[in-house]
Design a protein around this ligand. Structure first.
Ligand code: KIV
Length: 277
């Protein structure tokens, strides 16, 4: 049986931690499923991590569907009996242009990919109305507050909710998301005490990134944990230096083949470091 959104609530109720990792294709999904993660997020961070964009804004719904289908195939191959819960991010402007268009976009995720839920950012009144419509249409929705990368041009990548007024605002927004029917909430780059107080106050699971250890669960961008990205956010340090390791072993293989036409790695200009969250 695949995991369902309600299973995450049951884990919270049972005091069990929830783990969620991102995937962007069949290969990465199979790896994180084999690691035993509870939920797999095809996050719109793939715009930066995989597609090379400077922000998450350019990725399209079609691209998200394409990557989500691939991730679903990876999960089916790696964990056919008990696949993790597959969630797909709704990209920028797929849910901000009216409730009908938003429900249609979320519906495409459920119809055209193996994902069983969508995630979207924010809790503006229009967003809450859209979530309500989705939930009443049978579409499970995960919320996302704190650092919301789709608002990078307003918020930057700074830590959010640093003062009492914005903390109270975030608390009210989190409660509104729960009220609107979200089955879980991602909370990114906020003070640990706030995130842990929210986890205690909400019935739905709060899944943190850069939000301390007191959340009901943790989510990370897999490429950050593996050290594959050129630079990781300060709140998501790598567990290994995957990029350097890959360059080293592949470079050794290239050199074993004979003299290279390309300049030696040390003489190449460094790749620009794109911060992402
Ligand atoms: O897009 C993404 O990868 C995310 C995670 C940072 C939670 O939203």
């Amino acid at each position: 049986m695949p995991l369902r959104p309600a299973d995450l609530t049951r884990r919270k109720q049972g005091g069990l931690p929830i783990t969620m990792l991102t995937a962007w294709d069949a290969l990465s999904a199979a790896v994180v499923a084999s690691a035993g993660v509870d939920a797999v997020l095809v996050g719109d961070s793939l715009a930066m991590v995989v597609l090379g964009h400077a922000t998450t804004l350019p990725v399209t719904l079609e691209e998200m569907l394409h990557h989500c289908r691939a991730a679903g195939r990876g999960l089916a191959a790696a964990a056919p009996q008990h696949p993790p819960l597959l969630i797909c991010d709704l990209p920028f402007l797929s849910y901000q242009c009216g409730a009908d268009a938003a429900v249609a976009a979320a519906g495409r995720v459920l119809k055209e990919t193996p994902a069983v839920a969508v995630k979207l950012e924010g809790a503006e009144p229009e967003t809450l109305a859209v979530i309500d419509r989705m939930v009443r249409s049978g579409i499970p929705v995960m919320g996302h507050l704190g650092l919301t990368p789709q608002s990078v041009h307003q918020l930057g990548y700074r830590r959010q909710a640093g003062d009492p007024v914005s903390q109270e605002r975030l608390r009210r927004r989190a409660l509104a998301l729960q009220e609107a029917g979200c089955f879980a909430l991602v909370i990114e780059h906020v003070p640990a005490e706030l995130a842990s107080a929210l986890s205690a106050a909400l019935v739905i699971p709060v899944i943190g990134i850069g939000a301390g250890d007191g959340c009901d669960g943790q989510v990370r961008v897999t490429a950050d944990l593996l050290g594959l990205t050129s630079r990781q956010p300060p709140f998501s340090p790598p567990l290994m230096q995957g990029r350097a390791l890959a360059v080293e072993v592949l470079g050794r293989w290239v050199r074993e083949q004979g003299p290279a036409a390309a300049p030696a790695p040390a003489t190449r200009p460094a790749a620009p470091a794109a911060p992402h969250c």
